[in-house]
Design a protein around this ligand. Structure first.
Ligand SMILES: *[C@@H]1O[C@H](CO)[C@@H](O)[C@H](O)[C@H]1NC(C)=O
Ligand SMILES: *[C@@H]1O[C@H](CO)[C@@H](O)[C@H](O)[C@H]1NC(C)=O
Length: 341
């Protein structure tokens, strides 16, 4: 009872300590997500979150960097608010307040980390150590994480950052800080997106998907949920890409039956219904999200669009190399994602 009271008081103190500006931000946030629009037009909610709420809330930063920060933060915000599900009504205020109160600090912490990461030199001695110390001793906010998943240890995350910056710097030793920011945000977002692949492959059964691509895929979607798509768009994604998978597997079968045993084992292609389908779906989804991010940029600054395009192209090439999940065992240090109390 006493403990509850203390929690309550702390809760009240936290709300009271919001500035006028932050309160206004929080109200707009709650209003935006309370609308039915979040289900029907998640992309539009995302766009308004970045432009109407995030953008005015961050200061002390070069104007041209705001779109990057707001665009990528927004993806995490949407992700977490979507996860609230039925607890939305009682939890939304805590998330709104937490976001509006801490957005500036989270961004500052992230930018300082990027500063450290961008100081990378090929002969740098204690690079990952510095990175680990920094992440360990700073905030890891849900909407602007330095380590986007609790499953990833700090050691693994810092190694991944090192790989990212090693390749960025080998490509361009004088990498600008502004570009380092874009690469880092895009890279962290990629870990969020990779989760869809894994979730899908974890639950998907090849034989069932092959037997009934569309219905089975829709069934999976009810568990996985691509946050920036509404239900119809998810169905569309399943339908189009289930057909694509069917065709590819059919072609593989045909080649095999035509050529019989004459194909060498290396030349053999196999049908992997789940992997093919999620591969196609992610391609389309990423395309949609990139388009949306670009719209955010256009809303702010046309100049930055090109940088993001280059950044995401660059990252796509690097993505194969940087496989976070394979190194999960590396360091056991962890820092949890910080959610509102
Ligand atoms: C987003 O903002 C635009 C322009 O202010 C408005 O017309 C639209 O209804 C908003 N969308 C949502 C989902 O709030
Ligand atoms: C790296 O760390 C070691 C010990 O922790 C220290 O002696 C050394 O000076 C550091 N090197 C650099 C380049 O900071």
């Amino acid at each position: 009872m006493k403990q509850q009271l203390i929690f309550l008081l702390v809760g009240v103190a936290k709300v009271l300590s919001l500035t006028q500006d932050q309160k206004a931000c929080s109200s707009r946030f709650i209003e935006l997500f309370s609308q039915e629009a979040f289900k029907i037009q998640p992309m539009s909610v995302y766009a308004n979150l970045t432009t109407d709420i995030c953008f005015p809330q961050i200061t002390n930063i070069q104007h041209s960097l705001k779109p990057t920060i707001c665009a990528y933060q927004g993806l995490f915000v949407i992700e977490y608010i979507d996860k609230l599900g039925v607890s939305f009504p009682e939890k939304i205020r805590a998330f709104a307040d937490d976001y509006c109160k801490n957005i500036q600090e989270a961004m500052n912490d992230k930018l300082q980390l990027i500063n450290i990461l961008n100081s990378y030199q090929p002969d740098y001695q204690n690079y990952t150590q510095k990175c680990e110390d920094y992440i360990f001793s700073h905030s890891n906010m849900w909407f602007d994480p330095t380590k986007p998943s609790d499953d990833i240890t700090i050691g693994v995350m810092c190694e991944a950052y090192q790989e990212l910056f090693t390749s960025l710097k080998s490509y361009n030793p004088a990498l600008k800080y502004e570009d380092a920011i874009i690469y880092t945000y895009a890279f962290i977002y990629q870990t969020l997106i990779d989760r869809y692949d894994m979730d899908f492959l974890n639950v998907c059964v090849d034989s069932q998907l092959q037997a009934n691509p569309e219905d089975y895929c829709n069934e999976l979607m009810s568990k996985i949920d691509f946050i920036l798509l509404n239900e119809d768009e998810e169905k569309q994604l399943c339908s189009v890409n289930g057909k694509k998978m069917k065709k590819r597997c059919h072609d593989i079968d045909r080649v095999e039956s035509e050529q019989g045993n004459n194909i060498s084992p290396e030349g053999h292609e196999y049908c992997f219904p789940c992997a093919f389908t999620i591969g196609y779906m992610m391609h389309d989804y990423n395309y949609g999200v990139e388009k949306q991010i670009k719209d955010v940029f256009i809303a702010f600054s046309k100049k930055a669009t090109g940088i993001l395009k280059d950044a995401s192209k660059e990252l796509q090439q690097k993505q194969d190399k940087i496989d976070l999940q394979k190194k999960l065992e590396k360091s056991q240090l962890t820092s949890q994602i910080q959610l509102p109390a």
